[in-house]
Ligand binder design. Structure first.
Ligand code: G16
Length: 545
């Protein structure tokens, strides 16, 4: 096999964000763009040579050619074996599962997660390390540095590898094994949850579900697990065939984008008892009941409070973690259970050390992500199975479980307001201004609210002592309310300002307000402090979750 050394020059801006490098497909299609970044990963991940690499993606447009390029570059780099998902498919949680199961040196995931796909959509690439989790910032910084000076990459001259059959091939000295993307993951789920009990809910007709795969990667996984193994009615999985542009939709499981599912669960006749959706690469989840939405922060708190009922967690929970902007609902549970609760910056990578060090068992984020120590990624179908197992144990509806949780722990009214595609300079100066005025805000009163702390969140990792600064402006009020401001690290167009608003209510007689009404005064305070409307020239957020 001939290995070609190709001369190249650096592409600007190959700096990974919250979760890998995400850009428009057209950016990735520029000559040498993908190759430069992959070579930078290979140069940084020194343990890959003579070792096993896992490779797959969410099936979006450009997945296929990218996989062929990466296979040929892996062969040129001296990698011993690549396990690649059939058709190039592997969900993000499945990559994490397979890395751990087969002791791989790492994995490459091709996905821009919840971002739209297709010719004009987004593409992304992310490297996961040998623990199965996203590479830490020290690694992604090194990759970026490498991409700034790259002058050459190596690639094997070879034919494309067929990815349709479960078979092994030789690419020079490297073996390429095309693996079933679903089976290892499904087997792991079977070991964590009470499949027998869940199945009996379906076979007895006590429970009906609708799972929206949003034309993305979880379709094949959900059909196998829910319909085949658990005997949910055929057709319980909708939009279950992965398509390169996600059926023209936006594969983000929230009330704004999973409209079809929400309508089904809100319908007056024949609504299923339980609804759920996942995103492009299968790591996010949304849980809903009949006419009832479970906020992801509440979902994490409810899972933590009830983990003792789930076989995989009945041994007890070491601790929990949530990202800064995630509501503090789980903190209340941790308090009661007497376990540690960590507050980390946004990004799943920050949970890795805490999980590896066995400080935490469960973790989650407001951005529709939750997971546990079973892998090192958030896991959409895992969360759905957790809830199904909970329904089987409690024999209550999604709404009843959530309401009784609020009764015990109080309710955290919570909402995120996104201002999308705003001018980057405007967004940066808005945050800069908040940073400047933050210290002077402490002690100030706004209507019924008094600020007790305002700062730019900085995280000291208790395991490796690394410090991550400037992770978001947080404003804490004396009644436990909070406002957090930060800029998204996953967008591909201008900047997205995220404003997270939270209000704690312990009085159960006040748990029935519409969320935006309960938060109205805080929303106005957020605008007046950050001058969002005037600076961004926007009347209202683009997306409210
Ligand atoms: C990624 C990260 C998450 C993060 C989310 C939102 O999710 O893995 O940890 O919460 O982005 O990030 P941001 O607010 O910076 O856009 P995913 O599902 O896109 O991989």
């Amino acid at each position: 096999m001939n290995i070609k050394k190709i001369k190249t020059t650096p592409h600007e801006g190959q700096k990974p964000g919250t979760s890998g490098l995400r850009k428009k497909v057209t950016v990735f299609q520029q000559p040498h763009y993908l190759e430069n970044f992959v070579q930078s990963i290979f140069n940084t991940a020194t343990g890959l040579k003579n070792n096993l690499l896992i490779l797959g993606g969410d099936g979006r447009y450009y997945n296929k050619p990218a996989i062929q390029t990466i296979l040929k570059m892996a062969a040129a780099h001296g990698i011993k074996q690549v396990m690649v998902g059939q058709h190039g498919f592997l969900s993000t949680p499945a990559v994490s599962c397979v890395i751990r199961k087969y002791n791989a040196a790492g994995g490459i995931i091709l996905s821009a997660s919840h971002n739209p796909g297709g010719v004009d959509g987004d593409f992304g690439i992310k490297f996961n390390i040998s623990n199965g989790g996203p590479a830490p910032t020290s690694f992604t910084d090194a990759t970026y540095e490498c991409s700034k000076t790259i002058s050459e990459y190596a690639i094997a001259e070879a034919d494309d590898i067929p990815l349709d059959n479960l078979q092994s091939y030789q690419l020079g000295d490297m073996q390429v094994s095309v693996i079933d993307p679903v089976s290892d993951y499904a087997e792991m789920m079977m070991g964590l949850f009470d499949f027998k009990k869940i199945k009996s809910l379906f076979t007895s007709g006590e429970l009906s579900i609708c799972f929206d795969a949003m034309h993305a990667i979880t379709g094949p996984y959900a059909k196998e697990i829910f319909e085949k193994q658990l005997s949910a009615a055929v057709g319980s999985v909708i939009n279950g065939i992965p398509s390169e542009n996600f059926g023209g939709g936006h594969p983000d499981p929230n009330l704004a984008h999973a409209k079809e599912l929400v309508e089904i669960l809100n319908s007056d006749s024949n609504a299923p008892d339980f609804g759920a959706a996942s995103d492009g690469d299968g790591d996010r989840n949304m849980i809903i009941g009949q006419k009832f939405f479970v906020n992801p922060s509440d979902s994490l708190a409810i899972m933590t409070a009830n983990a003792n009922l789930i076989p995989g967690y009945s041994r007890g929970i070491n601790g929990v973690a949530r990202s800064l902007p995630t509501s503090r609902a789980v903190d209340k549970v941790a308090d009661k259970l007497g376990i540690d609760c960590y507050e980390t910056p946004t990004g799943w990578k920050y949970f890795g050390n805490l999980l590896d060090d066995k400080r935490i068992t469960l973790c989650g984020e407001e951005s529709f992500g939750s997971g546990s120590d079973h892998i090192r990624e958030k896991d959409g179908l895992w969360a759905v199975l957790f809830w199904l197992n909970l329904l089987a144990e409690k024999q209550q509806s999604v709404e009843a479980i959530t309401r009784s949780h609020w009764k015990i722990y109080g309710r955290h009214y919570y909402s995120r307001h996104d201002y999308e595609a705003i001018d980057s300079e405007v967004a940066n100066s808005l945050i800069e201004n908040l940073r400047t005025i933050s210290s002077s805000l402490t002690g100030k009163e706004f209507g019924n609210y008094k600020i007790t702390l305002c700062d730019d969140f900085s995280y000291n990792d208790p395991v490796d002592s690394s410090v991550s600064s400037n992770q978001g402006i947080r404003i804490l009020f004396d009644d436990e309310s909070r406002i957090v401001f930060r800029l998204s690290g996953t967008g591909t167009e201008g900047a997205t300002l995220r404003v997270y608003i939270e209000k704690y209510e312990s009085d159960a007689s006040l748990h029935d307000m519409p969320t935006q009404t309960a938060l109205a005064e805080l929303i106005a305070i957020a605008d007046s402090i950050a001058e969002i409307k005037t600076r961004c020239q926007r009347d209202s957020p683009d997306v409210i979750t």
